[in-house]
Design a protein. Sequence first.
Length: 304
Amino acid sequence: MNFKKRFSVLLVPHNKGEVVEKKISAGFLVLLLAGFVLVFSSGAVLSLGGVSRAYDKLRLHKLEKENRFLQAKLSELRATTDNLKVQMTDLIEKEKKVRMVFGLPQVDEQIRRLGVGGPPSQGPTEFGNDLDQLRVAEIEVDGLLRQARFEKDNFDQIYLALSEKKEVLNHSPSIRPTDGYLSCGFGMRIDPFTGRRQLHRGVDLATDIGTPVHVTADGVVREVSRDVGLGKLIKVDHQYGYTTIYAHLSRISVKPGQHVKRGEVIGAVGNTGYSTGPHLHYEVHLEGRPQNPMRYFLGAATMD
């Protein structure tokens, strides 16, 4: 472009005045256009800067709002985990008591700590205290979840152990076979028929003829017979080494091989066999050895 080339510009007034002619060079016209472009560009840049600052301000406000929400949730989480810790501690203490009452082995504390441990703290992070608190909360929640699984396994083991114990208890003589007065206890005595001193293998409960006789534990009737000395009798096998004998009966209500449950009526008190009066002769044997039946009466005093 020839910057020395000149152009005429006519200025026409609106009030019909004299038309004025101005001559400008091509260079001046270029400078004028460049200035206009520069002014427009500066305005656009300033306008975009204002929009950017407004966006940043809006974004900061949003982040602050989210941060307040997360802080509130973090506080709720800490309160919940603190409450769960208290409940878990109480649960562990109850578990220890259950184990103690039923004679079950206690859980080794080293093993219990393995059940609740978590990764060690790594100190503050570059993201600040909030992230540190969140990480601690996550560790505590993870620890509580693993502790809950650990305690569930413990209680499953306790349940199985107690189920086995319940099976044994169900088959262990533990109630009085009939109502009546204890006329003769377990141990050495003078036999009223022979006059000799010998072991009385059970207890005698004196009561009216026909008084119901109850089996003292779950088991299977192994023998229903009549003995010269003991009269009509029933022998029950309770498993786990226990057997019981009910003698001098007037009536028998069960048959050999029949399964019976604790408390079930199996006969009635009588005066059969060698007997000085109506009573029930009751024996408890463990592994074939006679035991003092009074030790198996719940709530009864022991007689030696």
